[in-house]
Design a protein around this ligand. Structure first.
Ligand code: DGJ
Length: 758
């Protein structure tokens, strides 16, 4: 029997074709059609939503080529004792499914219908079933924690969201599954909305943003792991049968894993070939992505909130909207998956207000130059030198406030230190502006030192459990953002300084994980903290549309598509050693775009790794993202400063292609010990080619890799950083033979070249 659905409400917009989302009322089949991929599901006879397929569209497929739903999932033998629950529901609920992984687990306090004679209630009822009741196509649907700053993104054309409404047949509980399409990048954002339609609270125990069903055998996982100063280490492994987890259980995204994945059939994808499924969470709190391989070899991905300490109480009439998982499929290998995520993030995620320069400015950051020893004279001298070499944004790091002379005191006291800046920071900010640069300032809003005025006044403002120690890490405690007065204090402190000093850029840091998570918000603190951080950032940006934010958490601890909707760039790692950095940046590039990747050139001797590296290597690595300088400019002589200036001038020439071009990883470190990457402008007329050799065995030669996506018949000049044309070739030659000259380059050889159609 077909379940009757509510008359579908279809909101149309005359500027946008509806052809991407098809619904066949006869077969009750949904087909979502994107540029090169498809996604399909169907309402079955019980009203369950059953997944039909997801993958690349066959070449030549036309408008009429849609799935009818006739071939559905293959049932296992229902007379067998085991493995009968493999139906691929679009959202898997504990009830229809009990012994495989589910997307949603809920407790109902009572039964709203009379018990049958002899039945016992068995409360709470932990069984939820969702049946189709209707759907609509909405324009510009928004997932949970979507930015509220109201700033535009690079592309703001309306997008269709398919909203499919499901309801429990017995309990007053509804779930809407949402699919927002960005067809040009083959991307679907998925999330769900929960609604308590009754009068009693409903406890949600586990909640994923969606369930992703992948074809059988898609079991090779590429993801990143790491730690402080070792972020984004690429990991490739075969999923074993059962469950494999990527997760982080803190108040930020975390260093040990990052919430994105690439999946393909083992041996059937490579950098530029093969079908690759990918996904990334738009969320900066405790998260989990579970990968499940069933005994049927089906693969499911379950992205969502970490269930480790999860609680969501839905009061009478309340709704909860989850953040989104951004997912897609590419038939162009890992590189194609990365490029889709990069383009999507650049065009649809990163804020791009008109008040901001088109490209991310060249930054100077004082941290590695002066550490906590900041004062007016020292910073002003650095600023003058920075301006002279072409820096566009000068950021004063930690140490400018309260009694902050080291990491044991002052955190939380957001007033300018009278010792370091007797006349306040305004004279420095004015000097930086007078020098033609933007002014940036470091904050760590969520933290507090026990030795601070704020803590002496409000010892209860931190996360703790009474009777238990308040464990410090880096001598600091975590503020309880579950208290509205704490959020109000932080917003007011930052807002005041932004307007008083004319701050153009906030470096928002967060230097520890949570320990005792006792909060006024109870267990909900994990979600509430993230929402509060987003809210403060969004309000600051709304008030000052030209304000930029850098997300940092002891390096790369808070990088994800949720934070990138309110941060312009991220600090990827505290490890600024060029060679280490190259490996970290390669892992970062699997999911995130160069435009958002802040990368500094620091001094020749790296104190973290004790390695010396040449200036060309340091620049060639840092110019792969949003260039920054972290060296102590007062220690450099005139010749060195002139070299810095020449590199910065060259970077400004290549910056449009680096920050907005498509990235090709022509040679990955793991293959030949060298990293060769190319950025290509959208029209193919310009490109940037960057080679850095890390390991080189004498007698081994490295063939020049072929370039990609140039204009076949175009003639290109290849220029070095002095603007000298060192090579001229057609697009055809470059895309078949590459650029000669790096074959015997030993460890430490590196160069960045600019290609332009002549
Ligand atoms: C950690 C950051 O990653 C560094 O860049 C620096 O800002 C320090 N915190 C300051 O305490």
């Amino acid at each position: 029997m077909r379940v009757k659905h509510e008359a579908p409400i279809v909101i149309t917009n005359k500027n946008v074709s509806n052809a991407m989302i098809h619904f066949n009322p006869t077969t009750q089949t949904f087909n979502l059609v994107l540029a090169t991929s498809f996604y399909a599901f169907q309402v079955d006879a019980q009203g369950r939503l059953v997944h039909l397929g997801w993958g690349p569209r066959p070449a030549g497929a036309g408008d009429a080529d849609l799935l009818s739903g006739q071939v559905s999932w293959e049932r296992t033998d229902t007379t067998a004792s085991f493995e009968t629950q493999t139906q691929p529901d679009e959202l898997l609920t504990f009830g229809d499914v009990t012994f495989h992984e589910v997307s949603l687990k809920v407790e109902f306090a009572s039964l709203p219908i009379p018990l049958a004679p002899g039945e016992v209630a068995h409360l709470p009822i932990r069984d939820v079933r969702l049946r189709y009741t209707g759907h609509e196509i909405a324009m510009n649907g928004q997932p949970g924690l979507a930015p509220s700053h109201g700033l535009p993104t690079a592309v703001d054309s309306p997008r269709e969201t398919l909203r499919v409404r499901l309801r429990d047949p017995v309990q007053p509980f509804a779930v809407t599954l949402c699919y927002r399409l960005t067809p040009e990048h083959d991307i679907i954002e998925r999330w769900c909305e929960l609604e308590n339609e009754g009068g009693a609270p409903i406890r949600v125990e586990l909640l994923n943003f969606a369930a992703l069903h992948l074809p059988r055998g898609v079991t090779e996982l590429t993801a990143v792991s790491g730690a402080w100063a070792r972020e984004f280490t690429t990991q490739r492994e075969r999923l074993r049968p059962g469950i494999c987890l990527l997760e982080h259980r803190t108040l930020q995204t975390g260093h040990s894993n990052n919430p994105f994945f690439l999946l393909n059939r083992p041996g059937q994808a490579w950098e530029e070939g093969g079908i690759v499924y990918f996904g990334a969470l738009a969320y900066s709190g405790a998260w989990r992505i579970a990968f499940e391989q069933l005994s049927t070899l089906d693969v499911r991905v379950h992205p969502g909130y970490s269930p480790f300490e999860f609680e969501l109480m839905l009061g009478a009439g309340e709704r909860h909207v989850t953040p989104a998982v951004v997912c897609g499929v590419s038939a162009e290998g890992w590189g194609g998956a990365s490029r889709r995520l990069h383009a999507f993030t650049r065009e649809r995620v990163l804020p791009r207000p008109a008040e901001m320069p088109r490209f991310r400015p060249v930054l100077y950051n004082s941290w590695e130059a002066t550490w906590f020893d900041v004062n007016h004279a020292g910073q002003a001298e650095l600023a003058r030198r920075a301006a002279a070499i072409g820096v566009e944004l000068f950021c004063v790091d930690d140490g400018w406030f309260g009694a902050r002379r080291n990491d044991r005191t002052g955190l939380g006291d957001w007033t300018v230190s009278p010792d370091a800046f007797p006349d306040g920071l305004r004279p420095l900010a004015d000097e930086v502006h007078r020098l033609g640069m933007q002014f940036g300032l470091w904050f760590e809003p969520e933290m507090i030192n026990a030795d601070s005025e704020l803590y002496r006044q409000h010892p209860d403002w931190v996360l703790y459990f009474p009777g238990r120690p308040r464990c410090e890490a880096r001598n600091q405690l975590v503020l309880d953002l579950g208290r509205p007065e704490v959020v109000a204090y932080l917003h007011a402190a930052l807002d005041r300084l932004v307007s008083e000093l004319g701050i153009d850029f906030i470096k928002w840091d967060m230097n520890r994980y949570a320990s005792e998570p006792g909060s006024a918000a109870g267990k909900a603190i994990w979600r509430v903290h993230v929402a509060a951080v987003y809210d403060i950032m969004d309000r600051l940006r709304r008030a000052q549309p030209g304000l930029a934010i850098q997300s940092c958490s002891g390096g790369g601890g808070r990088i994800d598509l949720g934070i990138l909707a309110r941060a312009d760039q991220v600090w990827v790692s505290d490890n600024t050693d060029a060679f280490e950095r190259m490996r970290i940046q390669e892992g970062f590039s699997l999911a995130y775009p160069a435009r958002a990747m802040e990368a500094w050139v620091t001094e020749a001797h790296n104190t973290l790794t004790d390695r010396h590296s040449r200036l060309n290597t340091r620049f060639d690595v840092a110019m792969r993202g949003a260039l920054g300088i972290g060296s102590n400019l007062t220690q450099l002589d005139a010749a060195e400063l002139a070299e810095y200036a020449a590199y910065i001038a060259f970077y400004k020439r290549i910056r449009p292609v680096v920050q907005e071009g498509a990235l090709y990883r022509l040679e990955r470190l793991e293959e030949f010990g060298a990293s060769v990457i190319e950025y290509v402008a959208r029209d193919g007329r310009e490109a940037v080619y960057s080679v850095v050799v890390h390991e080189h065995r004498v007698g081994e030669f490295r063939p020049a890799p072929a370039l990609r996506r140039l204009i076949v018949g175009g003639i290109y000049g290849v220029f070095d950083r002095s603007g000298v044309e060192i090579h001229r070739a057609t697009g055809y030659e470059l895309m078949t033979q590459g650029i000669p000259g790096d074959a015997a380059g030993g460890a430490g050889h590196s160069r960045t070249l600019y290609l332009e159609q002549v």
